[in-house]
Design a protein around this ligand. Structure first.
Ligand SMILES: Cc1cc2nc3c(=O)[nH]c(=O)nc-3n(C[C@H](O)[C@H](O)[C@H](O)COP(=O)(O)OP(=O)(O)OC[C@H]3O[C@@H](n4cnc5c(N)ncnc54)[C@H](O)[C@@H]3O)c2cc1C
Length: 435
């Protein structure tokens, strides 16, 4: 077990957040903002490296709808009627907007500023040449929004398996021909980015593009490929530590607008966001312990009393006035499925799912209506406290946020980031007020 420990060492906190995904990081940010001493305990870094790095607000409603939602904010007006148990309905419009504003301000204070708001969706291109509705994007992606007309050169790297510029351009041009998007595309592949014998993958490319000398050489190779007035679309590898600088610098060198297109995992924009949020929290004195294999809750008198880092009697115990559970769903590790049972892995909290196993899955794997198991999770009240089937609060000082919550299908609705940020923010603030 590799433990990472930073900042002040103390076993007593105001708030312990369990989970270091987007919901947990946002909960820690909100609790620290209220003056709480905060500790994050987590097994791993969560799902951000799997995501596009964009924050989906609400892409489709109902989730089976073929057309993307133009404005998550406007559509939210219908949520209370149709989805009263959805986490967005519990948190409410005002708190969602405050949370997303806070997130955007946080990113703008660092090296990965985000653009966009909850009031309108962007359609951004995917590596396969489809579109993805999302509402907050790293600035390095905003010039690729598909409502902006113009001509685009998509540039791939020969040997980079995760991105075929030709496939993406062909599919995007089909969408343009159907009038679904504005710009038109053509594709080129760069044969040799000129960096010696390193393996050609997104991480190595991103690290190379952090270096100005490499960007100089890259710009000299790309310039002759660009036609006048064309924008440049690149896979999302524009720098690892200093993406915004790399993006601005390349735009200046090439004299045109550039944008990144998200790639399959590992996602460089997702890792950039994780690194930014974690570094900000550490600067503010939030302690993080990541890499835990065993966390054992200690419960007494209807409340959480502590978390032991291991099974032995000598294991260190961390205590707090309140706890935020942000352990995600099946991918994050917060939920697990046995043959006839779905369980919450840490506290064995009641989980919402149909008793008949046949209702867990849709036999068609990739259906727009989504898979029922993606909406399983823990039921909470409006203060995001887990409740039992009778509506009774399970532990007075426990709050839950993000993917672990029931009734949101982030895959079909495209709402994962928005739900994680808004519920994380609210749970963090409420936990900080709990004595
Ligand atoms: C492949 C994929 C792509 C996606 N793409 C996007 C996208 O582009 N945009 C978007 O908005 N959303 C996307 N989503 C959805 C989004 O990732 C999630 O909705 C959101 O990140 C959930 O965040 P979370 O913090 O709740 O959980 P997670 O990110 O899953 O984090 C869970 C955390 O809890 C920890 N943990 C779990 N169990 C324990 C335990 N017992 N003890 C200690 N720690 C524990 C984990 O180690 C981790 O740190 C995607 C999801 C997937 C799976």
């Amino acid at each position: 077990m590799k433990l990472e420990t930073r900042n002040f060492y103390c076993m007593f906190y105001d708030v312990i957040v369990i989970g270091a995904g987007l919901a947990g990081l946002m909960a820690a940010e909100a609790a620290r903002g209220k003056g709480a001493r905060v500790l994050i305990l987590a097994r791993g870094m969560g799902s951000l490296p799997l995501t596009s790095g964009c924050i989906d607000g609400l892409g489709y409603f109902p989730s089976s709808s073929p057309a993307p939602v133009p404005s998550p904010l406007t559509t939210l007006g219908q949520f209370g009627d149709f989805q009263p148990r959805h986490p967005y309905s519990k948190v409410g419009k005002e708190r969602i907007l405050s949370a997303l504003d806070r997130f955007r301000d946080l990113t703008r204070s660092g090296a990965v500023p985000y653009a966009g708001r909850f009031d309108s969706n962007f359609l951004i291109p995917t590596a396969l040449g489809t579109y993805h509705p999302t509402c907050l994007v790293p600035e390095t992606m905003k010039n690729g929004v598909l409502s902006l007309p113009g001509r685009v050169l998509l540039l791939g790297f020969e040997g980079l398996k995760d991105f075929s510029a030709f496939l993406a351009a062909e599919n995007l041009n089909l969408l343009q021909a159907r009038g679904q998007i504005a710009p038109s595309f053509r594709a080129k592949t760069l044969a040799n980015p000129g960096w010696g014998g390193k393996a050609l993958n997104s991480l190595n490319l991103a690290e190379a593009l952090d270096e100005e000398a490499f960007r100089d050489r890259f710009a000299r190779q790309v310039q002759p490929l660009l036609k006048g007035g064309e924008k440049l679309g690149l896979p999302a590898v524009l720098g690892f530590r200093s993406s915004h600088r790399a993006w601005t610098d390349l735009q200046e060198k090439l004299g045109t607008e550039i944008f990144e297109i998200p790639l399959p995992p590992p996602s460089i924009p997702g890792i950039r966001l994780y690194n930014l949020m974690r570094a900000r929290l550490q600067e503010k004195g939030v302690r993080t312990i990541i890499g835990l294999s065993v966390l054992k809750p200690m419960i007494e008198g209807g409340e959480m009393r502590g978390l032991a880092l291991g099974e032995s009697r000598k294991s260190p115990i961390y205590r707090a006035s309140a706890y935020v559970l942000a352990t995600g769903k099946f991918v994050g590790g917060g939920l697990d499925a046995q043959r006839n049972r779905v369980c919450e892995t840490l506290f064995d909290l009641p989980v919402q799912y149909p008793q008949n196993r046949k209702e867990w899955f849709n036999t068609q794997l990739l259906t727009p209506a989504g898979q029922p198991f993606n909406s399983f999770g823990v039921e909470v009240n409006e203060d995001l406290q887990p409740i039992d089937p009778a509506g009774k609060v399970v532990y007075r000082n426990l709050f839950a946020a993000g993917g672990i919550l029931a009734h949101a299908d982030s895959m079909a609705e495209k709402s994962g980031g928005g739900v994680a940020i808004s519920t994380g923010y609210v749970a963090g603030e409420l936990a900080a007020k709990t004595k």
